[in-house]
Design a protein around this ligand. Structure first.
Ligand code: COI
Length: 330
């Protein structure tokens, strides 16, 4: 059995080495290259490929892989928004992802963003850096006094809700798929408009399917409380950036914590030190005292990366053996 792992990062090397050591009968080769038309040939003769990238997986490269007879694809992440699932299916290829690598990694980051914004940390950071150690005027707010609206109650949303309960916050939530326990607890509101009307903080945890693209826009924001705090650690495309900026300008949105951004591919996870970040809207967001931008790092913990590597490789082996892993993307 032969597997080729694409886009290997330095932080994955020891985890990969451990997996390889534990599976002496399987040949695992690796490359730092992304998967595209120029690198797909490297997969010739392999039984499966393990992939990770934010860049779109080009259709032509998927087709080439198919022609080469490599039908087993395993992503090392959860999102499937950058791969043409119809094409994978039409080609009779099989795809797995890692749906639950560490909901806590993402959930904790979302709550930390809330906390940092409520306690006005970006403003203090700037003051402290210039030697101003006075308290006022950046008085903070307590999480227990906020109503937090959680949109999407899958694995991540559920962990967020538990963390927020620990802080004593009032939690309300919305999802088209209801979770029994949360329903019994009476946490669901009937519709998004109710959530928008009641929440002091709104955090989105839904996939970037076409129905959700720009769900946070002028219309939805108009239904929110004045000064609402918006958290997005899910996908940049859920938020209309122009509308976000307009509503930050008008102060309708009081603050935003963003770990994802519409134009992040090719910009996040790059070093722009000494160079201008090539995106005026992102520069605008980064310059604001009431906005925290982190470069899609919510997932980036040792636990999560460990699980991403292990689960993707295990899933790929299952595909190669003709089994149906739980992680199969349907
Ligand atoms: C995912 O797992 O889909 C993520 O959002 C991580 C990302 C860096 C690809």
């Amino acid at each position: 059995m032969k597997i080729l792992v694409y886009s290997v990062r330095p932080d994955e090397l020891s985890i990969l080495a451990e997996w390889i050591k534990a599976h002496p009968d399987i040949q695992v080769d690796q490359t730092t290259d992304l998967f595209d038309e120029t690198t797909v040939d490297q997969a010739a003769g392999y039984d499966g490929v393990v992939l990770f990238q934010q860049q779109p997986f080009p259709d032509a490269a998927i087709n080439k892989l198919n022609e080469m007879g490599v039908k087993n694809l395993s992503l090392r992440n959860v999102g499937v928004d950058n791969i043409n699932l119809d094409l994978v299916k039409e080609n009779g290829m099989k795809l797995t992802n890692v749906p639950v690598y560490s909901p806590n990694a993402i959930a904790e980051h979302a709550v930390f963003l809330m906390g940092r914004l409520l306690r006005r940390v970006p403003e203090y950071d700037k003051k402290i850096a210039r030697g101003d150690l006075r308290w006022a005027p950046e008085i903070g707010r307590e999480l227990r006094n906020q109503t937090v609206g959680v949109i999407g109650t899958g694995h991540i949303g559920q962990v967020i809700i538990n963390i927020l309960k620990g802080y004593g916050a009032k939690v309300i939530c919305y999802d088209i798929f209801k979770n029994d326990k949360l329903e019994q607890e009476g946490l669901y509101v009937d519709n998004l408009d109710d959530l928008y009307a009641q929440a002091d903080i709104i955090t989105v945890h839904v996939p970037e399917v076409k129905e959700n693209i720009h769900m946070i826009n002028n219309d939805s924001i108009a239904k929110m409380k004045d000064g609402v705090i918006l958290i997005n650690v899910s996908r940049g495309g859920l938020v209309d950036t122009d509308d976000l900026i307009g509503n930050l300008n008008s102060k309708k949105i009081g603050a935003a914590g963003l770990d994802v951004y519409e134009g992040e591919v090719g910009v996040f996870n790059e070093d722009w030190e000494g160079k201008e970040i090539p995106d005026a809207r992102l520069r605008d967001l980064l310059s604001r005292d009431n906005v925290i931008v982190t470069p899609h790092i919510a997932f980036y913990t040792n636990t999560a990366v460990h699980n991403m590597v292990n689960v993707s490789l295990d899933s790929n082996v299952q595909l190669i053996k003709g089994e149906t892993p739980d992680t199969l993307v349907k």
